[in-house]
Design a binder for this molecule. Structure first.
Ligand code: SF4
Length: 355
């Protein structure tokens, strides 16, 4: 039995052609899968009984199953979801007043080992398939009962941030297929302007994100190579000069010079001095950027402490005085370990300690 979730529209069309179906069936089935979120062929009532029987004999439609669901005091919701082979990842919904972002994962574990990141202490097990990436968003919609009906098209799960477990650009082909499915107007239909992909700095792939039209966030976290290589090993392969060149290429290729969000986690006594702020501003010279200052979220065994609130405010002010947007990110979901850098789907022996 083949899984349908995660096939591109072209692949789905090829499957149906092989079954002897006409091409308009692709759009009909796509609508059931991705607009209505239906997983039961018997309920796809606009399809003929014979067609449904053939689909049932050959295919499955599966959303990742929820192992645990936790809701924070601030409304943030985190799921531990499981796939067909039992592998698990975490994903999170961060609600705002009338909208919200679903943060999805792209790998089980992560090979990058960024030292401030809890996920980085969980060994890399495998890439997620396109269906497993899309499926996290579908499971989030299931949890909120948010599939549109003829009388209710309201969408609170309005945005997607690819900032969960794993480095998305090391799973690029599956990420691309997943994003195209999520953006497709006949199905889920999330606008490209409401999707942000975050990378630790895999420079080779960054410019291609401009072709997809999605927004780019860079986990920057240090303003010079010496410090960045210490806290983010990926910097040894893709030092700042390469990373900034890739960011410039992204901006030149993107429509209307899309601004880039530079994520900067504030680590006490490590990257939070006035000199670091000055280096940061000179590093991004010539780019349209917005900084996002992230209070460090402590996890058990973390080798860093969070910067003081005053230090973060002074750092932000230095950037703002030079006309950079530098909001301090409000922590969300910290009480359920759902905040930025806290996700992890394994405990104990399948984890390793980052030196
Ligand atoms: S910050 Fe991202 S790339 Fe770095 S270890 Fe965490 S999940 Fe991996």
């Amino acid at each position: 039995m083949k899984e349908l979730i995660g096939l591109s529209k072209e692949e789905l069309s090829a499957e149906l052609t092989a079954l002897g179906e006409k091409s308009f069936r692709t759009k009909q089935l796509w609508h059931w899968l991705y607009h209505k979120g239906e997983t039961d062929f018997d309920k796809m009532t606009s399809l003929s009984k014979e067609f449904r029987a053939r689909l049932k004999a050959c295919y499955t439609v599966t959303h990742p199953s929820i192992v645990t669901e936790q809701t924070s005091q601030d409304g943030t919701r985190k799921w531990l979801v499981s796939f067909a082979d039992g592998k698990q990842v975490e994903c999170v919904y961060i609600p705002e007043a009338d909208r919200g972002a679903v943060c999805i994962s792209t790998q089980v574990g992560c090979a990058q080992g960024c030292r401030f990141c809890h996920t980085g202490t969980q060994k890399m097990m495998r890439n997620l398939t396109a269906g497993e990436i899309v499926g996290q968003f579908m499971t989030a919609r299931d949890s909120y009962g948010e599939w549109p009906t003829p009388t209710d098209e309201t969408r609170y799960l309005s945005n997607i941030v690819v900032m969960g477990m794993g480095e998305p650009l090391y799973n690029f082909d599956n990420l691309k297929t997943a994003l195209k499915i999520l953006m497709d107007g006949d199905g889920i239909g999330i606008s490209k302007r409401k999707i942000t992909v975050s990378t630790a700095g895999m420079a080779d792939r960054i410019p291609e994100l401009a072709d997809l039209g999605v927004k780019l966030a860079v986990s920057l976290h240090a303003p010079n190579d010496t410090l960045r290589s210490q806290i983010m090993p990926i910097n040894r392969k893709y030092p700042l000069e390469k990373l900034m060149a890739a960011c410039r290429a992204y901006q030149e290729r993107s429509e209307r010079r899309q601004f880039i969000t530079m994520e900067y986690v504030m680590l006490k006594g490590v990257n939070d001095t006035p000199e670091h702020a000055r280096q940061l501003m000179s590093l991004v010279n010539g780019l349209e950027v917005k900084f996002n200052l992230i209070p460090f979220h402590y996890w058990d065994g973390a080798p860093f402490q969070p910067s003081d609130a005053d230090t973060i405010r002074r750092f932000a002010k230095m950037l703002e005085d030079k006309w950079f947007a530098a909001p301090i990110r409000r922590s969300r979901g910290e009480d359920i370990m759902a905040a930025c850098g806290q996700l992890k789907s394994l405990k104990g022996t399948d984890t390793f300690k980052v030196e």
